[in-house]
Design a protein around this ligand. Structure first.
Ligand SMILES: Nc1ncnc2c1ncn2[C@@H]1O[C@H](COP(=O)(O)OP(=O)(O)OP(=O)(O)O)[C@@H](O)[C@H]1O
Length: 332
């Protein structure tokens, strides 16, 4: 078990779907999203603990990305509400969600390849509270905000060890470096919650560790994290709490250790196993290292596309960069 303030706070929480948390930052109720006859998301009640790294896992098609899209305003539910840090976000559009302190990244990176690393970072800060007001009323204040933004970007680039790439075009970065850039950019609005959709996908092993360390650090900066990940080694290593979805519903929740032993979770994965097509193998329950790669069940993740990349996951994928500036999507 991880030894973090959040894991200690969650240690006594009963491992069952919908269980209340001591200090929730996000509370979702009755969230339903159907595509035709298929209920892609049907979440009765879910609370995410403040300051925790919560992994959202589940077989392919379980509804994880759809749930992310809903929480971050990139899709609308048929029913349901959610409260984020005291605010009802259920009717807030994607480009305003970041103003409330919630940001997300995408399975495929959204770095704007024809802008420099620094320009990408600055775009991450757009949409922040007061920006337009300050610009129109008092240009001096806007300039000083610009300076603050640049300083914050520089600090983040140093923290992510990308400062030497500051003036390079994002298009020249590797897929893994772009994931780092996307994560760094998402932090420009100083969010209280970061939603990461498969941040490790397509990242080479050298950068994976670095990305993981950055994710683990986020709670130290006061952030809560919801994290979709297929690699159970990563999930076991990084999570204070794990939420398991299958067929749109939350079927289990608990510490990584509790979830790994949960028969419902084992059933969900075995039931969803389509042989070689499955990207996922449940963690072995004897404490041995997870058999993901060794089982052959986890094909290499796709490498990020470069020019004009989009979230093509479902055809309706969001097309904007990470935070409140999604109308600035790169044109191919
Ligand atoms: N725009 C859409 N139109 C129709 N069906 C959709 C759409 N988006 C998602 N779905 C369906 O909803 C279900 C949940 O999909 P979703 O991508 O949320 O699952 P997931 O858990 O993120 O899967 P993966 O791990 O493969 O990314 C799937 O059956 C998917 O085919």
């Amino acid at each position: 078990m991880r030894d973090t303030p959040a894991s200690r706070a969650l240690a006594g929480v009963e491992p069952r779907p919908g269980v209340p948390k001591p200090d929730p930052i996000l509370v979702a109720d009755g969230v339903v999203r159907a595509f035709g006859g298929l209920k892609a998301v049907d979440v009765g009640h879910l609370e995410l603990q403040r300051g925790a790294i919560t992994s959202l896992i589940g077989p392919n098609g379980a509804g994880k990305t759809t749930f992310f899209n809903l929480m971050t305003g990139f899709d609308r539910p048929d029913q349901g509400t959610w409260n984020f840090d005291g605010h009802d976000l259920s009717k807030v559009p994607a480009h305003k969600v970041a103003n409330y302190g919630m940001v997300r990244t995408f399975q495929l990176t959204k770095a704007l390849t024809r802008l420099t690393v620094m320009e990408n970072m600055k775009l991450g800060a757009t949409g922040q509270r007061g920006e337009k007001f300050l610009a129109s009323m008092w240009p001096g204040a806007w300039k000083s905000q610009e300076r603050d933004i640049e300083q914050r970007a520089d600090e983040l680039l140093v923290r992510f060890r990308m400062d030497h790439m500051r003036d390079e075009m994002a298009g020249t970065l590797s897929g893994g470096q772009r994931k780092l850039l996307e994560m760094a950019r998402s932090l420009m609005v100083q969010p209280s919650m970061v939603m990461l959709d498969e941040p490790m996908a397509g990242v080479n092993p050298a950068l994976t560790q670095s990305l993981l360390e950055h994710v683990k650090d986020l709670p130290k900066f006061g952030m809560s994290v919801l994290f979709v990940e297929h690699d159970m080694d990563v999930v076991m290593d990084i999570s204070d709490w794990v939420v398991v979805m299958a067929q749109g519903q939350i079927i289990a929740e608990g510490t990584p250790e509790a979830v790994a032993k949960d028969p419902n979770v084992i059933d969900a994965y075995l039931g969803a196993d389509h042989g070689d097509e499955s990207r996922f193998t449940p963690v072995p329950f004897d404490g041995a290292p997870a058999a993901t790669a060794a089982s052959g069940a986890v094909p290499e993740a796709p490498v990020d596309t470069h020019e004009g990349e989009q979230d093509l996951a479902h055809g309706n994928g969001p097309t904007g960069p990470t935070t409140g500036s999604h109308d600035a999507e790169e044109q191919a």
